[in-house]
Design a protein around this ligand. Structure first.
Ligand SMILES: C[S@@+](CC[C@H](N)C(=O)[O-])C[C@H]1O[C@@H](n2cnc3c(N)ncnc32)[C@H](O)[C@@H]1O
Length: 216
């Protein structure tokens, strides 16, 4: 197991294939993922973050002790790996679907650095009193209005903080070429954020693009 160029992300290469891992905080497999000597396998077919790492995104702005606002945490798959990386930081995990938040609660009971929040990310006032300002906003909500929803949440981002954004083209417009949608997203973000890199995530995540941005 060797650490990649991204801090906290490890890999093994086998038969020309790369397998990603994080160092588990508690040695528990929450999603049937393999654990090897305390390292949990992080699957690019299940997480857009892992796919962006395999695609060699130029910056992964996740560090120990950072605070993260995660919009669209669902059952907590990707959030649990971010939890491994940030250790003593805190992840505020927002999702509006009660069914998935129920599963998320079970992980958050075990992980001291994850807080579940059942709320709509379109209405940040629902959770503004329950969170602090954060170093990173991670957004993966597969919603037509996802860029506007992100912009509404930027008030929680610290100066020079980063945004990790997974865009699902088909949720925005099924009839258009995904690459045109990604260009439009970039234009809408540019006013508020500096775009550091973007990676199309096919074939791991079909019709998805991942953006890394920084607060101006
Ligand atoms: C693709 S899933 C997220 C998967 C997760 N990020 C992962 O990698 O483990 C998208 C999630 O966004 C949530 N979602 C969509 N719109 C939302 C909104 N306006 N506010 C909060 N959650 C939302 C959905 O309930 C769903 O659980």
């Amino acid at each position: 197991m060797k650490e990649t160029k991204y801090k906290g992300i490890y890999e093994i290469q086998k038969n020309k294939k790369r397998y990603l891992y994080t160092k588990s905080l508690d040695n528990i497999s929450y999603f049937n993922e393999q654990i090897k000597n305390g390292y949990r396998e992080f699957d690019p077919r299940r997480s857009k973050l892992a796919a962006a790492i395999i695609k060699n995104i130029s910056l992964l702005p996740l560090k120990r002790n950072q605070d993260i606002l995660y919009l669209g945490a669902a059952h907590g798959y990707t959030a649990s790996f971010i939890s491994d990386i940030i250790e003593r930081g805190m992840i505020f995990c927002v999702d509006f679907a009660p069914r998935v938040v129920r599963d998320l609660y079970l992980i958050c009971e075990k992980r001291k650095n994850m807080i579940p929040i059942l709320a709509n990310a379109s209405h940040p006032e629902e959770y503004e009193k329950r969170i602090t300002n954060v170093n990173v906003i991670y957004q993966d909500i597969a919603h037509k209005e996802q860029v506007n929803i992100l912009l509404k949440n930027l008030k929680f981002l610290k100066k020079k903080g980063h945004v990790l954004l997974a865009i699902k083209a088909r949720s925005i417009d099924v009839t258009r070429n995904p690459r045109d949608i990604y260009k439009d997203v970039e234009m809408s973000l540019k006013d508020k954020l500096k775009i550091i890199d973007k990676k199309v995530l096919d074939p791991f995540q079909k019709d998805h693009c991942f953006f890394v941005c920084q607060n101006k």
